[in-house]
Design a protein. Structure first.
Length: 181
């Protein structure tokens, strides 16, 4: 294969590819969780959450494809196995757990906020350390999408339940436990 001559060294490209693959792993796990919650949600909010999560997982699917293609454009290979995703992700799984609708939303907020923090850090590194303005711009667009998704989910949480309900205390305890690790 012909060597790439796009103004980035092999070291710069590999650094960016590593960041993109970590993001890809997060996006994929978030897609899986969003789809699972889309299938499993019950209760009075079923329809609104079911439809919102369908919008989210469709956007995540597009973002996954575009991220993998960005890796290829830089001469790398995207991670593409469950084992690879689990090795690289910064998100937490909850196997065998079927939380309430409220807890599902809260967990997705936590995940989107983690993705946003990772993207911010990645943008800074891609610009300062690897001098790749194209990927920084690409990641900025993805970050903005996750900010909007997180906002929509947080807005849902702000309008549900009575403060101090057992369901909210459960979510608050889970959130506190996940942020202190």
């Amino acid at each position: 294969m012909r060597n790439l001559n796009i103004g980035l060294s092999e070291e710069q490209r590999q650094g960016v590819i590593n960041i993109l693959n970590a993001d890809l792993a997060d996006f994929y796990l978030l897609l899986i969780k969003t789809k699972k919650y889309h299938w499993d949600v019950v209760g009075p909010q079923f329809r609104s959450l079911h439809e919102l999560w369908e919008e989210h997982y469709e956007a995540l699917t597009v973002n996954i494809d575009e991220t993998a293609e960005r890796v290829r454009a830089l001469g790398g290979y995207p991670v593409g196995t469950a084992a690879g995703f689990l090795e690289l992700t910064s998100l937490r799984e909850h196997p065998g757990d079927l939380p309430s609708a409220y807890a599902m939303v809260d967990r997705l907020v936590v995940d989107h906020e983690q993705v946003i923090r990772n993207l911010r850090e990645g943008i800074d590194r891609v610009e300062a350390e690897f001098k790749d303005k194209g990927t920084a711009d690409f990641l900025t667009g993805l970050m903005e999408q996750h900010e909007e998704m997180a906002w929509m989910l947080r807005s849902f949480l702000a309008g549900t339940g009575v403060a101090g309900s057992p369901e909210q205390r459960e979510v608050q305890s889970e959130t506190l436990a996940s942020t202190t690790r």
